[in-house]
Design a binder for this molecule. Sequence first.
Ligand SMILES: Cc1cc2nc3c(=O)[nH]c(=O)nc-3n(C[C@H](O)[C@H](O)[C@H](O)COP(=O)(O)O)c2cc1C
Length: 298
Amino acid sequence: MLQVTVAGLKLENPLMLASGILDQNGYTMKRILESGAAAVVTKSIGSEPRDGYLPPVIYPIEGGLLNAVGLSNPGIDNIGGEIKIALSAGKPVIGSIFGSTPDEFLKLAISMEEYGVSAVELNLSCPHVQGYGTEVGSDPVLVRNIVKNLKGSLRIPVFSKLSPNVNSVLEIARAASDSDALVLINTVKGMAIDIVAKRPVLSNIYGGLSGSAIKSVGLRYVYEVKREMDIDIIGVGGIENYQDALEYIMAGSKALQIGTALGKFGKSIFYRISTELAEYLSKNNIRSVMDLVGAAQI
Ligand SMILES: Cc1cc2nc3c(=O)[nH]c(=O)nc-3n(C[C@H](O)[C@H](O)[C@H](O)COP(=O)(O)O)c2cc1C
């Protein structure tokens, strides 16, 4: 009833852990899988280890979180062991990667494939690191080349994670249309001011906003891209309960990712939402959650 297939990948339910939250460590990823997530996405991994920015890098605001972590990660050579531990839960692990050229993405993706991930997710959307993320993901020619280059060389599916902080999400979605799925959305660029210090709160000045405050932005892009394109979509942004999950599914998502809400509700959120989704389906005599994908499209 809750089983979905996205980009050819079979999941026991539509819920995955989003990239960047408790996902650099194999044992935490394994525990999240054992708590009911159908899959986990690793922290975005680059070619070299990165420390990220100086604190403060995370700042809670009403309805969400601002973060400018700066893509801190252990580097591709140090993540294989963690992925191996996570894989011992017997569920799919998806490797998120970031780079600045098609060749860099390809090398990272090949290493991820060797580590045993079920798909790679291209971070084309981090809003706060120069030379990576949105800076790469806002150039349609570069996006097209990155995806094309990977599709010819990998056996596993490719997900492209897009940014809401570009002129036209649809233009970038079309450029990434060789992907097996699109992940919508990464964080929305924002900031906060410390009125006592009279300066920006985050060390990087700008950060990415996540959490319930961005749910309607995520829904809008899932709906819009689904209306225009025939491609699998994974919805992410502000999902906290089964009603949010249903909104994203009815807008056009086949699967979902959850990040910020883990800080508020803990890892039991996966079990809670999937149980409530199953109850909703039974009550309404709906055979499969897949029957609701895009149901709100008019
Ligand atoms: C602290 C933090 C770190 C993040 N790091 C990454 C990352 O490394 N790669 C990525 O693609 N997205 C990253 N994200 C974005 C999330 O994966 C997700 O797209 C976004 O937070 C919206 O979902 P949410 O509202 O459920 O958190 C991060 C988000 C947060 C809050």
